[in-house]
Design a protein around this ligand. Structure first.
Ligand code: GLA
Length: 515
């Protein structure tokens, strides 16, 4: 009897009636209690609008996933009783990226396990069916724009040392506002950040509204008067940064600069903007990605043509070997990786693994950018944040604080404003450091400095204390004559070698002189 029931159930599951349970348009629901991903402009999405169009005909599951107008067919779609699985295969700048999805139908809900992304672990999200219709046919992909090779953009003379400042994204995402930016600027004056060298106050994504009848970019209600804000920032001895995308939309779904590049550059200059972060985001929807250098050169030239000194920060996640052409298109810095997150795994992978080998591309006026700082955002220990700061300084990386500077605990402020470590970052020789030794979990990175000394980091990537030994020959020296610890500010005894006991995920950072 039991077997018969099971057989009957199985037959039912394969039946057209059961197929009806899957077919239709499924829309992802924000997790309960989750803050909206972006807020502000009325036209901006409050949560990434992911949806699934599915069709199950009793044997095959087909359809596509739609993310902000970007439709990708599902591959290997399978239904097994109340379980589903499929893959999404995307072209990531010429590289095939495959993500596996699985899910279960529970009552009227489809619970899908979304794959891990960067250092974010897999997570379960709920989809609800809003229509039982078959998926409409996918429109033929629009032809992508190709552009003639980029013309070189002359160096703008800026960022002779890696830019330093603050950026709103890591902490505030879509909550950035005129009021917040003013408060942060006031705090930077009060707490010594400005005097330590952090001068750029950079508004990241979500300040944009649409365009007026003449095509001029508009600010949304959180930024009532950008010119007045720039004046305020300048009156504090600080500089203002802003953000846009060469695509029609920014990464958070706000208005991009597509087809308005020169006009936007002129607007930024008229407002008094001193820095632009230009983020690829949706540009792949309109451009063949090989056009990337030309697309960036267009904005690089547009900024140059305004006559205002504006630092140009490229953000395209390090693809297409940007370090080989970033400076030629007018870039003062270029991101070398995807987004950093406030955890050890993300920061250490970006800082140690993904920067190695890029050092020869950096120099006065043009820098590799391993992304903004997470120091003080709460996801790492102070030892880990000291590693973050030390490594970024050795890498000659831009130092853009990403925390709430209005209320910084003293220990965090000490990390961000350590003058001796900042001096390494800002060294006028402009040579990026590199790994000179790797012993188990220990790594030694070194950076040559203008006065002939070396900045050296003895790092411990492991979970237990480790002795890390620096030998004079690691630096091409016969012997070390002077060693100073840049975190304890104490001079150490110099010899042919120096051994430090380094705490888990920690660093001993030194300035070394020798012969
Ligand atoms: C991308 C960038 C981030 C940030 C966001 C804003 O993910 O890499 O640094 O600017 O966009 O939407």
């Amino acid at each position: 009897m039991k077997t018969i029931l099971i057989l009957l159930a199985c037959a039912a599951l394969g039946s057209p009636a059961y197929a009806d349970a899957w077919t239709g348009h499924w829309v992802m629901q924000p997790p309960p209690g989750a803050p909206p991903r972006t807020t502000g402009a009325a036209n901006a999405p409050r949560f990434p609008p992911i949806s699934l169009w599915l069709k199950f005909d009793g044997t095959r599951l087909t359809g596509y996933m739609a993310v902000r107008g970007d439709d990708t067919p599902i591959s290997n779609g399978r239904i097994d009783h109340d379980h589903l699985s499929f893959a999404i295969i995307r072209d990531y700048f010429g590289e095939e990226r495959r993500s596996a999805y699985s899910g279960v139908l529970s009552g009227s809900e489809l619970r899908i396990t979304m794959p891990s992304f960067g250092s974010r672990p897999p997570r379960q999200v709920t989809f609800l069916r809003v229509s039982k219709a078959d998926p409409p046919p996918l429109p033929a992909p629009a032809p992508k724009i190709t552009l003639p090779a980029a013309k070189d953009v002359p160096y703008n003379g800026l960022a002779k040392t890696p830019p330093m400042g603050w950026n709103s994204w890591n902490k505030f995402r879509g909550e950035v506002s005129d009021k917040l930016v003013r408060q942060v600027a006031d705090a930077m004056v009060r707490n010594g950040m400005r005097d330590a060298g952090y001068v750029y106050v950079n508004i990241d994504d979500t300040w944009e509204a649409g365009r007026d009848a003449q095509g001029n970019i508009q600010t949304n209600e959180r930024f009532p008067d950008m010119k007045a804000l720039a004046d305020y920032i300048h009156s504090k001895g600080l500089k203002l940064g802003i953000y846009s995308s060469p695509g029609p939309k920014t990464c958070a779904g706000y208005e991009g600069s597509y087809q308005h590049e020169e006009q936007d550059a002129r607007t930024y200059a008229a407002w008094g903007v001193d820095y632009l972060k230009y983020d690829w985001c949706s540009a792949s929807q309109v451009y063949d990605y090989h056009a990337m250098p030309a697309v960036y050169a267009k904005m690089g030239q547009a900024l140059e043509d305004t006559g205002r000194p504006i630092v140009f920060s490229l953000c395209q996640y390090g693809v297409l070997k940007v370090q080989q052409w970033g400076a030629k298109v007018g870039g003062n810095l270029w991101r070398t990786t995807g987004d950093i997150q406030d955890n050890w795994r993300s920061m250490s992978r970006i800082g140690f693994d993904l920067q190695a080998g890029l050092e020869s591309a950096a120099g006065l006026g043009h820098w590799n950018d391993p992304d903004m700082l997470e120091i003080g955002n709460g996801g790492m220990t102070d030892d880990e944040y000291r590693t973050h700061m030390s490594l970024w300084a050795i890498l000659a990386a831009p130092l853009l604080a990403g925390n709430d500077l209005r209320s910084v605990p003293p220990d965090i402020l000490k990390i961000l404003t350590n003058k001796e470590v900042i001096a390494v970052d800002q060294d006028r020789l402009g040579k990026e450091g590199y790994r000179v030794a790797k012993i188990g979990d220990g790594e030694i990175w070194a950076r040559p400095l203008a006065d002939g000394a070396w900045a050296v980091g003895l790092f411990n990537r492991g979970g237990s204390r480790q002795r890390v030994t620096l030998h004079a020959e690691n630096l091409g020296l016969k012997r070390m004559t002077h060693i100073r610890n840049l975190w304890t500010h104490a001079d150490q005894k110099a010899a042919a070698q120096y051994t430090a006991e380094v705490v888990p995920h920690g660093v001993v950072m030194l300035e070394v002189r020798g012969q």
